[in-house]
Design a protein around this ligand. Sequence first.
Ligand SMILES: [Mg+2]
Length: 228
Amino acid sequence: MDRLVLFDIDCTLIDAHGAGGRAIYAALERVYGVSGDLDGYTFHGRTDPAIIRDLATRWGAAADEVDARLEECLEVYVGLLAGEVGAGRTDTMPGVVELVAVLAAEPGVVLGLLTGNIAEGAAIKLAPTGLGEHFTVGAYGSDSGLRPELPAVAVRRAEELTGRRFVGKEIVVIGDTPADVECGAALGVKAIAVATGRHSVAELAAYGPDHVFEDFSNWRRALVAILG
Ligand SMILES: [Mg+2]
């Protein structure tokens, strides 16, 4: 059966223990000279460009300066992230190594990333895990700051790669936040939520995903939900 299966990265595939947040924080200070408290602001479900814009302006940088130097800030971020990931620990979430490997070997399945990380950041975060090689398409925060625009990007790239245009429930979006559950609504995708991030099963269920899991430790059950 043909499926385009799109995984979020942070708290869905891996836990990089705050490496991304630390790198963004340091990049904002270096490029815009701003810092401050998060005051309840959450990185979860947002794209890297959106996080940079939100925090830089919240901490006092002028919006036009933020946009003018956004590419520079992302470059600084990538360098800092490589250092953070290299010095820190990256864990894979329960069952993810098995689930991704089985899906990658499944005929008819195209495996992709759908993430707020910019493409270079995604590669750096996945490098310690070896998971990156399994994903043949991706839609990233570097494609759009708006997560709801990302599923269509992934569908287009999958079509360019395979000649197959995936539609509706053939497209499966998997993630740990309400933003992941909602981003594919316009395309009528199958949304699978996993409570390995900040949000509980009950919180995620309130957004109406097709399936919700505590985690993927029972990866065979997740596989049935994805391919079913
Ligand atoms: Mg996530």
